[in-house]
Design a protein around this ligand. Structure first.
Ligand code: NAP
Length: 557
């Protein structure tokens, strides 16, 4: 189909999927395969989503690659071989590109095209879309596969415009990144992204100055070559392994807890701590079954990690600054590293504690803190994201009242099962707040959600429905489910991007923290119950006609 400009009539689709990341790619395939006409929109020039935008040096997945991939085609699973336990970004990008080509998904997408407006027309029961390239598109269903970590916090340090060197954001790593080799580089931000950049670029730069505000916990990934035996085991029964993942809390296999800390002797506790340290990465969140809810148990894990940090960092002053102490371990997402703390043993790496010595401004030649000036050629910002709401907020989605979904989320996101929000018919938000989302293996969550959307649409076609929506009451019921799962958690009390804090101090935990397995059990039960809580309509003439046309159509995509 050729491009449509403002003056031309809009192109009509059954479904538009926004985002060509791992969720959007699969959603396009799934909806097309069930006979819908589907268009994908992607702002970047290529597939990959979060993996395309975050192409910073050292970007790497922190869920084992053996489970961080697609399972829908056993042949694909068997043929694609990951080289490492935790694949690096170029390999993930190559994988997503391979999938896009192999299943003819790429051809369904328009790249370098940002959605700027999507307005629901209740008469025609369609969203009218506009893009930044001037295209007009009309669709019955709008699927936002825009991810939860796609809108970065912009650096707003005074003086940035006057900086004479180059600056860059990890979240928008450019096609032509600044040369780092031999340069004086500064980095602000030591979250999961910062950790990966710091440990990767330190050997090549002339000098690296790390500006740290809060000392975060980081655990060695224990990365190693991919496990061929495990790959062969999964390959023998790919659908079976997919089912297994649906029954796991994080939708990935991990060393499980040794029990409640208080049920174990000090020797058993130490053994469990060491075993989980050796297992690597997020296993450290699962040493004791009660470490997420019991502060004493949590402190045992935190103290163990603090000890390890002090062992890993030789300089006592650097070790003091890097030792995490401001919040309990696991209440913010841990970093998963490959030699992060050891990086600070290098002569060319220095550390500035910006809580003690705050950044005052960027100068033409570097960064001015209260106590000193740091001369820099390049500044890297790794400041995190406007998580959960950022991308939806920027897409111009409006209902018939002119509201955006975010207008109704003032007291925290409101969704039914983390997939739909009231007041917005036929709008699906993949892995949105209210689903396990960033607490789980994201590729599994995205596929599960895209399949669920496909099942809802099929249900509608089977019954001649043209619209689906959810009520505020259904959202309240689901909010109670999420709140009940979040209530005992330490992390609910800690400032972190997963918690929405209202002006009156009430806190809303955004993702569903009860585990992927429990989430899937609940939403599958809702499905078996005829999609209980979803409201279906065959409202207007146009809508009904559209529904009937769709249900009598076969594979016209
Ligand atoms: P993040 O965890 O939110 O970290 C942002 C960092 O920037 C923090 O250290 C923060 O300090 C600092 N910061 C923000 N504003 C600052 C300011 N004005 N001055 C000084 N420091 C400032 O963001 P992220 O590292 O991009 O990670 C976000 C999420 O992405 C992770 O939780 C994870 O889910 C995902 N991720 C995953 C992987 C992976 O799979 N391996 C890799 C990267 C990211 P404070 O702590 O003091 O706020």
């Amino acid at each position: 189909m050729s491009e449509t400009r403002e003056s031309q009539p809009s192109q009509e689709y059954d479904a538009v999927v926004v985002g060509a990341g791992m969720g959007g790619l699969y959603a396009v395939k799934r909806l097309r395969d069930q006979g819908l006409s589907v268009l994908g929109l992607e702002g970047a020039p290529d597939v990959g989503g979060v993996w395309w935008h975050n192409r910073y040096p050292g970007a790497r997945v922190d869920v084992e690659s053996i489970a961080y991939c697609y399972f829908f085609d056993p042949e694909l699973y068997r043929e694609w071989r990951w080289t490492e336990r935790y694949a690096a970004q170029p390999e993930i990008q190559a994988y997503l590109s391979h999938v896009a080509d192999r299943y003819d998904i790429r051809s369904r997408f328009r790249f370098s095209t940002w959605l700027t407006e999507a307005v629901w027309d209740p008469q025609r029961e369609r969203y009218d879309l506009r893009t930044d390239t001037g295209q007009r598109i009309s669709t019955r269903f709008l699927v936002m596969a825009t991810g939860q970590l796609s809108r970065a916090r912009k650096p707003d340090f005074p003086g940035l415009d006057d900086f004479e060197g180059e600056w860059v954001q990890t979240s928008h790593w450019p096609d032509e990144p600044p040369v780092l080799a031999g340069k004086r580089v500064g980095i602000i931000g030591t979250g999961a992204s910062g950790v990966q950049v710091i440990q990767t670029i330190a050997p090549e730069v002339a000098h690296l100055t790390v500006f740290q505000r809060t000392a975060n916990y980081s655990i060695p990934a224990q990365n190693r070559p991919a496990d061929d035996a495990k790959h062969a085991e999964i390959s023998a029964d790919v659908p079976g392994y997919w089912q297994k993942l649906q029954g796991l809390g994080g939708a990935a296999e991990m060393l499980g807890p040794a029990g409640k800390a208080s049920d174990l002797t000090p020797e058993q506790q130490e053994e469990a701590l060491e075993a989980h340290w050796q297992a690597g990465g997020h296993a450290m969140n699962l040493v004791f079954s009660d470490q997420g809810t019991n502060l004493e148990s949590n402190t045992l894990v935190g103290d163990f990690v603090r000890r390890k940090v002090r062992e890993r960092v030789k300089d006592p002053e650097k070790a003091r600054i890097l030792t995490p102490h401001e919040y309990p371990i696991g209440s913010r997402r841990i970093g998963v590293d490959i030699g992060y703390y050891e990086t600070f043993n290098r002569d060319n790496v220095s550390l500035v504690d910006v809580k003690a010595d705050p950044i005052q401004r960027i100068t033409p030649t570097g960064i001015q803190t209260r106590d000193g000036h740091y001369e820099l050629d390049v500044i890297i910002f790794s400041l995190g994201f406007n998580a959960f709401t950022g991308a939806i907020d920027q897409s111009g989605i409006r209902n018939e009242l002119g509201e955006s979904p975010i207008d109704r989320w003032k007291r925290g996101p409101r969704t039914y099962i983390g997939l739909m929000t009231s007041g917005f018919p036929n709008l699906f938000l993949l892995t949105a707040p209210g689903s396990p989302s960033v607490l789980s293996n994201m590729i599994v969550g995205n596929v599960q959600h895209a399949d669920y959307v496909g099942d809802i649409i099929r249900h509608m076609e089977d019954h001649g429905y043209s619209t689906v929506t959810v009520s505020p009451e259904a959202e309240d019921e689901w909010r109670a489910v999420v709140d009940a799962a979040a209530a005992p958690l330490i992390r609910r009390q800690v400032e972190n991007y997963m918690v929405h804090v209202n002006e009156d101090g009430t806190r809303v935990f955004q993702p569903y923290p009860g585990g992927h397995h429990n989430y899937v059990a609940k939403v599958e039960e809702i499905k078996r119950d005829g999609f209980r809580g979803f409201d279906f309509g065959a409202g207007t003439e146009g809508g009904t006609e559209a529904a009937l046309a769709a249900s009598s159509r076969g594979g016209r995509a």
